[in-house]
Each structure stands twice: as C-alpha cells, then as structure tokens.
Design a protein around this ligand. Structure first.
Ligand code: DAK
Length: 258
C-alpha cells in the first residue's frame, strides 16, 4: 500500500487499485484529489506490470461530487485560468481499462468520474445522481454528454433537471453500469473481473478500448475503417503469434503485451 494525501494505491498483482480516501467528506473531489487520481492513473498506465486499474472509495461514498467548500467562492475567470478540466481531460487519454467499483454515493463530479471509467460495477447500496441543479450550477466534467450518450436524452434531462438520485438497480436498467453486487462482495468481484481482463492480450485490450470509444464519436463507416486498421495492427504483435500458436498447441497463451 502506498498513500498519497487523499488516496490509497495498492498493487494486486496485475491490477492497480486506487481508493479515494476522504471518507469524512464522502470523498468530495477537491483539486488535490483529482490531481492525485490522474497522476496515479497515468503512473499505472505507464507501468508494464499493471494491466487493469480499479477505482473505488473508502467509507460510504465513491465520491459525493466536487468539494463544495473549495468551489463555493470560485469565479468564472479564476476557474478558466486554473484550467482544472485539463486534469479531467487526461483521464480520457488513459489506454488501460479502468473499472469503477462504486461503493456508495456517486454524485455530481463523482458520477462524472465513474462515467469516465470504462466499466462500472456498483454495490446494491450505490446511489447515482447529478445534484448540481440544487447548487445553481450544472454538470461540467462530462455529465450532460456521457449520461445522454449512455441513457438517452429523456432520462438524462430527467436526472439532471431533477437532481434526484437513482439506485444501482435503476442505473443498471438504464445501461449506465455493468453489474450490481452485494456490498461485501463488490471489491472482490470487481478485482476478480479485472484479473480476467488482465490475462488477455494487453495490446488487443488496448486497441479494443480505443476502437469502442471511436464508435461513440463517428459514423459506422468511418468507425469500421478505424477498427480494421487496429485489427491489422494486432497482426504485427508477438501476442497474436503466441495466442494463435497456443490455441493450436492446446495450451494457455503467455502474453507479453508486445
Ligand atoms: N463537498 C464537500 N463536502 C461534502 C460533500 C461535497 N460534495 N458531500 C458531502 N460532504 C460532507 C458534508 O458536508 C458532511 O461534512 P460534516 O458536516 O460532517 O463536516 C459529510 O460530508 C457527510 O455528509 P452528510 O452529513 O451530508 O451525509 P448525509 O448522509 O446526510 O448526506 C449526501 C449524504 C451525499 C446526500 C449529502 O452529503 C450531499 O448532498 N452531498 C453533496 C452532494 C453534492 O451536491 N455534490 C456536489 C455536486 S456539484 C469541475 C469539475 C466537476 C465539478 C465542478 C467543477 N471543474 C473541473 C472545474 C462537479 C461539481 C459537482 O459535483
């Protein structure tokens, strides 16, 4: 275990685990915490031993949004000059899979952080919502975009206008998350799934992520051209030779990520 100021990081074999650790304020995302999250994502992304990243929260929240106390006195020009969104933008550049294990409240910026992850596993007690409207603002770190793409316009407007929370079951029904898990098993099951992905050919996993995200932004025709290039590219890898050779020799492949 290795701690930064507001998060704990721990290597679990090929899985890099990050626990947000400001439980007294429900892991409210102040600037320092966001910067530590991004810094750790990038560290794991560069680390050849780590193949999958898991993000969770200590206590009863994943993250209850941006730190309201820190944000309350901000003004528009100050925020533009601080350019905090630059940190958030770096999350989308992470190439390895990131799985959010949502253990409790995921609100506002906390929900946006979860939606910026690739997969979301949630505890039965998790709650999702965008309460920004109650504070006189709106989501600013991707909420209106990612929620709309995932759940559709009508549900996105309902949630963001009302500021109401939804349960994990409802989030599952809306295709916002992958699974709902008993609280005591959340981390164990998430790490087990992360471990499965960690056994796959890393380059293939990486290019699959890139290709799937491309699908959210471009036409099917352009997307398929993009997919094809990545498909060809994998035939230049040692792992493709190893994967297919291992199949023919009826043994388990040993992937190197090369
Ligand atoms: N910020 C600061 N402190 C928070 C907090 C937050 N977001 N959420 C909770 N806390 C603190 C509470 O003040 C309380 O502290 P003490 O009173 O004990 O000192 C402690 O955590 C426990 O919370 P509660 O006593 O309220 O616990 P309850 O179970 O009664 O209620 C709750 C849980 C989650 C319903 C409630 O705490 C709540 O409504 N929290 C606020 C939710 C919220 O409005 N979140 C902020 C949305 S705005 C940006 C990027 C992103 C954003 C903005 C800018 N840039 C890059 C510029 C995002 C904005 C947002 O997220």
């Amino acid at each position: 275990m290795d701690n930064l100021l507001f998060l704990e990081k721990e290597r679990k074999g090929p899985v890099g685990l990050i626990r947000l650790n400001r439980p007294n304020v429900l892991n409210a995302l102040n600037r320092q915490l966001i910067s530590e999250i991004v810094q750790t994502f990038e560290e794991y992304d560069r680390d050849e031993e780590i193949r999958v990243i898991v993000l969770t929260g200590n206590g009863r929240a994943f993250a209850a949004g941006a730190d309201i106390e820190e944000m309350a006195d901000e003004d528009a020009v100050g925020m533009e000059l601080l350019n905090q969104f630059a940190d958030w933008d770096r999350i989308t550049a992470v190439k390895k899979p990131i799985i959010a294990a949502v253990n409790g409240f995921a609100l506002g910026g906390g929900f946006e952080l979860a939606l910026a992850c690739d997969l979301l596993f949630a505890s039965e007690t998790a709650k999702f919502g965008f309460p920004e409207v109650n504070l006189g603002v709106m989501p600013g770190a991707g909420g209106t975009q990612r929620l709309t793409k995932a759940a559709g316009k009508t549900k996105a407007l309902e949630m963001i206008w009302s500021g109401e929370m939804i349960s994990a079951e409802e989030a599952l029904r809306l295709n916002l998350i992958n699974r709902v898990i008993a609280p005591e098993l959340l981390l164990e099951e998430t790490l087990a799934f992360a471990g499965k992905i960690a056994e796959k050919a890393p380059l293939a996993v990486r290019l699959i992520k890139e290709s799937v995200y491309k699908a959210l932004d471009i036409s099917i025709y352009e997307g398929m051209q993009f997919e094809r290039k990545n498909f060809y590219l994998l035939f230049a890898s040692e792992d493709q030779k190893e994967g297919m050779q291992a199949f023919m020799e009826k043994r388990k492949p040993v992937f190197k990520g090369k």
